[in-house]
Design a protein around this ligand. Sequence first.
Ligand code: FES
Length: 273
Amino acid sequence: AGIDDVTVTQNSAPARTRVGIGTRTLRTDRWWLQPLLTTLGLAAFVGYATVRSFMRTGYYDAENNYLTPFYSPCLSDSCVPGSAHFGTPFGELPGFIPLAFLSLPFLLGFRLTCYYYRKAYYRSVWFSPPACAVTEPHAKYTGETRLPLIVQNAHRYFFYVAFVIALINTWDAIVAFGGERGIGFGLGNLILVINVVLLWAYTVSCHSCRHVTGGRLKHFSRSPVRYWIWTQVSRLNVRHMQFAWITLGTLALTDLYVWLVSTGTITDLRFIN
Ligand code: FES
């Protein structure tokens, strides 16, 4: 539809009202493609991660000491021997509780409240709005000022916990160089290390991290160390969206590799020992 095909009425009341046009949008390009791909990508990861988190099989390969990040840290007596890198302070867990019950809620909260993912699912899933110059279906807009969306403001606290979990994942990747067969290096090690490096890139490029490192400083010149750290974080921060997507992929691939190796479906490619 062209601009001449519709009636455009400008409401005289300021700000809160919208331009009344007789069609949903005047855009003729494939504006729906990006929201569609975003929704499919997020749904694929959520579906895979949910199924895997509850499976309780194929999450640890004792021979190579490979533990999937979806089960880390494994802290209960239900964990298979060797997979509890930090001990088992908890007893047996019923089957409906994921073995990584301590980290998964925080990781979910970290991603759900992430500034990038918020943009992604507000647009693609909630259609608020789905694209520029496309009408949204919602009559009201209250922002993030009340429940449940006011919880988005807790993002920095999820960041603190995610930082600790990234340290735990790093430890998992380090101890994986020494499995039952002794010190060695295989494709699984490479995958675990790449995954953890990218997890750090995603975590450290967080907007809250940028504020933690350089926020509230009145004079950068008086805090050269914080200024330097903030500069590096800011460099990563411009790629935060890319890291958000890449880490969804590397997390799933890392888990899949550990799953296949631990169940004997494939053999780990060994470079050393
Ligand atoms: Fe995305 Fe913090 S993790 S903004």
